[in-house]
Design a protein around this ligand. Structure first.
Ligand SMILES: [Zn+2]
Length: 328
């Protein structure tokens, strides 16, 4: 399975424009507040995301600065029609969140004026995502993407004047021309390309040594997801694919994307890295993948990412398991 796709928050959009209801929810004793610093690191306790007492911490920002995420509900998995989740682990991970209807908020705080107490620490979500349990990880991903959008939309794109938060954090409005803008997410396709039982793996020069993944790239204006998949694979590797098949999608808050996962069979296998985006790409056989992992010659993408899931899914379909290397 992968992270950030668990549905446990009722986004409860109907209350966003009701300041009295939002104020009442913010003062609810069950309230959960996810705190990030100015570098978008999340506040962690030794046992996970620090939310339980954050709202009542004297150092927490005023509730007027909080963004409303929703109410916690018993949650179900969303998998794009594919059974990709381990229901046993979901059940145990969700035991603390069953139907308590707690209001969830998020806010940014300046780390320079915040004293870290009780072994709390600021943590980079990308580095710690595999260690954060669901459903908190999904709420944190939602919060991070929303807070990042606010930081990047302080000024109006139409007239250049200041914008202010509206709708409990789900709109910004220009103070001059009144234009309203809404939180956006950037779509990117990610695709496992196969050819006669082999998988295409590739790496960028900036990645850690030996790290390989499947191909990915942003969707451009005027493109369908399928067209973006075909174009990206051709541009990056010189390989032509046909009929990409949708697998699943993953919110990816680095900084504010959604990854749309596909798989496709290649029409040709001659790799051409002309556009310089990739440092190296190669076709791997199932047994060869395992032997390279065992020898340390190849490292997988982060566990919990859809890229890791697509490789895991392909390995599973070819009778090998990469689970030994889930948590390197
Ligand atoms: Zn404006």
């Amino acid at each position: 399975m992968f992270k950030f796709n668990q549905t446990f928050l009722d986004r409860n959009a109907i209350v966003r424009d009701d300041p009295e209801q939002i104020e009442r929810l913010a003062s609810d004793p069950r309230v959960k507040l996810i705190l990030f610093n100015e570098r978008f690191q999340v506040l962690m306790s030794p046992d996970g995301i620090h939310t339980a007492n954050a709202a009542h911490d004297s150092q927490a920002p005023q509730s007027s600065e909080w963004l409303y995420l929703g109410q916690s509900q018993p949650y179900v998995t969303t998998s794009g029609g594919t059974d990709i989740t381990n229901t046993d682990s979901i059940r145990s991970e969700s035991s603390n969140h069953k139907s308590n209807n707690a209001p969830w908020f998020c806010a940014i705080i300046n780390s320079h004026s915040f004293e870290l107490q009780h072994h709390r620490q600021w943590s980079d979500l990308r580095l710690t995502m595999s260690a954060i349990a669901e459903p908190e990880a999904s709420a944190v991903a939602f919060a991070k993407a929303l807070l990042y959008w606010h930081k990047k939309h302080q000024y109006c794109g139409k007239c250049g004047e200041k914008t202010i938060i509206q709708s409990s954090g789900h709109e910004r409005q220009c103070t001059a021309c009144q234009q309203v803008v809404y939180p956006r997410t950037d779509p990117a396709i990610i695709i496992s390309v196969t050819h006669k039982g082999r998988l295409l793996l590739a790496r960028q020069a900036s990645w850690p040594p030996a790290r390989y993944s499947v191909l990915a790239g942003f969707v451009e204006p005027g493109e369908s997801f399928e067209q973006a998949a075909e174009r990206e694979v051709l541009e990056e590797s010189g390989i032509t694919i046909h009929s990409p098949e949708y697998i699943a999608s993953q919110p990816w808050p680095f900084p504010c994307s959604i990854m749309i996962g596909f798989t496709a069979e290649a029409k040709n296998d001659a790799i051409n890295l002309d556009d310089d985006e990739l440092e190296h790409a190669f076709w791997v056989e199932p047994e060869e993948l395992i032997s390279k992992l065992a020898a340390g010659e190849l490292k997988l993408p982060t566990y919990g990412s859809i890229s890791h899931y697509l490789i895991d899914r392909w390995a599973d379909q070819h009778g090998v398991s990469i689970s030994r290397w889930d948590h390197p």
